[in-house]
Write a protein that binds this ligand. Structure first.
Ligand SMILES: CC(=O)[C@@H](O)[C@H](O)COP(=O)(O)O
Ligand SMILES: NCC(=O)COP(=O)(O)O
Length: 241
């Protein structure tokens, strides 16, 4: 079984588009957890275009009422982001090497280049009992270094898997992700995955059991326009069970 963490960024985007608290991110998180999701994720970006730093605190307060469920906060570890994470104390923090002006996340860490910056950040988060995840491209050779800089898990960046899923490259690409996941496990890391996963491609990625948690938001929100939020969350839970 793979845990489902629903990314609420697009709920935040809809909310921010009218300047009122509707839809309410905390209400959607509560609804999602009550449906059986393992957790919720937000990825607040410096411009707070969708998820906000206030959402981090509000969601943390909600999760206090859900023992065993988790809050995952993703983002680039700049000073403001780290202050928010250290205040909010999520269960998990996924560090993502995004520039502020990126449309969305589109690459994993270059740990060999960034290790001196990452080590103290990871140490500070872990000292607070926060599980630390590094957002990584599916390159098996890089997994040992993720462990060496102190990460607890990696999150495999799955855009390439998703974009190749409906092509004849599917099997080869999936094998590369499975090899990267196994290399992470062999290095003593847990394995998460996310970005562009959807109802059609999530099952094949997770069926060998190597992946502990997927975080899904964009496609899930779009699919909910067709099937309804509750039905879509239940559909993912069924596929990941
Ligand atoms: C790291 C990752 O893949 C997700 O957090 C993704 O970046 C969502 O961000 P947007 O919702 O801004 O696309
Ligand atoms: N880490 C991936 C995530 O949180 C959601 O990515 P997406 O499903 O919005 O592409």
């Amino acid at each position: 079984m793979t845990h489902l963490s629903v990314n609420l960024n697009k709920i935040g985007l809809l909310r921010n588009s009218r300047g009122r608290d509707y839809p309410n991110v905390v209400e959607m998180a509560k609804r999602t957890l009550d449906l059986g999701a393992f957790g919720v994720t937000i990825h607040p970006r410096p411009d707070q275009r969708h998820a906000t730093y206030k959402d981090a605190h509000d969601l943390k307060n909600l999760l206090k009422k859900y023992p065993g469920k988790e809050l995952n906060i993703e983002g680039f570890p700049d000073k403001e982001f780290l202050n928010v994470v250290l205040e909010a104390q999520p269960d998990q923090c996924t560090l993502v090497p995004d520039d502020p002006n990126q449309l969305t996340s589109d690459h994993g860490w270059n740990i060999a280049r960034d290790q001196d910056a990452l080590r103290p950040v990871i140490g500070k988060l872990k000292a607070q009992g926060i599980r630390v995840v590094l957002f990584m491209d599916p390159i098996a050779e890089n997994m040992k270094l993720a462990k060496e800089v102190g990460a607890d898990r990696v999150e495999l960046y799955t855009e390439e898997y998703a974009s190749q899923y409906d092509t004849e490259e599917r099997a080869a690409v999936l094998q590369r992700y499975q090899d990267a996941a196994q290399a992470a496990l062999d290095a003593g890391l847990g394995v998460n995955a996310g970005h562009d996963l959807d109802l059609s491609n999530v099952e094949a990625l997770c069926e060998n059991g190597a992946i502990t948690e997927v975080s899904i938001g964009h496609a899930l929100t779009v699919e909910a326009l067709e099937y309804g939020w509750d039905n879509v969350v239940k559909m993912y839970l069924e596929k990941l069970s």
